[in-house]
Design a binder for this molecule. Sequence first.
Ligand code: FAD
Ligand code: MG
Length: 326
Amino acid sequence: MILILAGCGKTLPARSEFMLGTICTINLYQGGTAALYGAVFARLRQIEERMSSNAVDTEVARVNQNAGIMPVKVSAEVIRVLSRALYYAELSGGAFDPTVDPLVKLWGIGTEYARVPEEEEIRGALALVDWREVVIDEEAGTVFLPQAGMGIDLGAIAKGYAADEAARLIKEAGVSEALIDLGGNIYALGTKAKGAPWRIAVQDPRSSRGTYIGVLELGEKSVVTSGVYERFLDAGDQHYHHILSTVDGYPAERGLLSVTVITDTSIDADALSTTLFVLGYEEGRALVDSLENVEAIFVFQDLSVRGTPGALDVFTLTNDQYRIVG
Ligand code: FAD
Ligand code: MG
């Protein structure tokens, strides 16, 4: 995802930092201060330090290290994000599953140890993936994974939560117009000067960042894309991406290149874009249609594009290699 920005009287330039495993860019318009930029990035860092499963000393990492041993005290927001993840796990019949960590670690896609695992290793990891086994004790503020080797990975939802938190801080500071881009996880806050809509580009899922397939025109919304282009491993003539099927343990293969979700909160847009990618068009579309105020665009490997009416209404295709089929 990339952004097309029309200048409009902003006071400070955008600021970018590498965190949450990606480039995070915040653009505060009208009223943004260096102190606010500092506070927002500090908050993102705090979320990373609590929720990353890549580092060894985060709250989520401690839960994982203590799988099969004992419950671990975590902050209220880790429970909140994990609970939302479990909600989407239930809604999707486990297609979205925050206990996917053993499988994610086995493949290592996006890391220097990425490799295609043996069938037997995949079976072993899959046996440890089951969202229904997560034990949350709200009162004690603890999370427990009952089997040794189990693990939580909030990579498909925590960037969305972080974007919502950034938006909250920015609004509380009285800034009414801002763009938050956490590696393609977008939150467009407020409406631009003179009521012009935000113009948010949908990334071309086949090419490196910078080219796009079309543009969404929106008011205050979050837009999040899950696709095959973010992290992958090319081995032989196979392209393995990082969104995994909890049924067979391989990258989810549903004929899709990407799914973009548009809704009010980024935590939901993030979780849903991953969920829909794993479910595929038929089931994914049925799920979206059952939810209020959620719109989606599905981009297929044959370069056709489908979307909900509410998404297609605000989407302009600009790349003639793709075609909208409904
Ligand atoms: P999404 O579609 O939103 O999520 C895909 C990711 O979700 C996968 O990478 C995997 O982690 C997980 N996943 C895969 N299959 C499923 C499934 N079926 N159900 C649920 N989840 C699934 N990257 C680094 O390289 N180093 C870091 O230190 C690092 N720290 C991070 C800390 C935090 C708090 C977060 C949120 C992310 C961090 N990342 C880090 C990035 C992370 O590893 C993922 O690559 C990234 O979040 C994927 O986001 P996405 O938007 O590309 O894809
Ligand atoms: Mg996601």
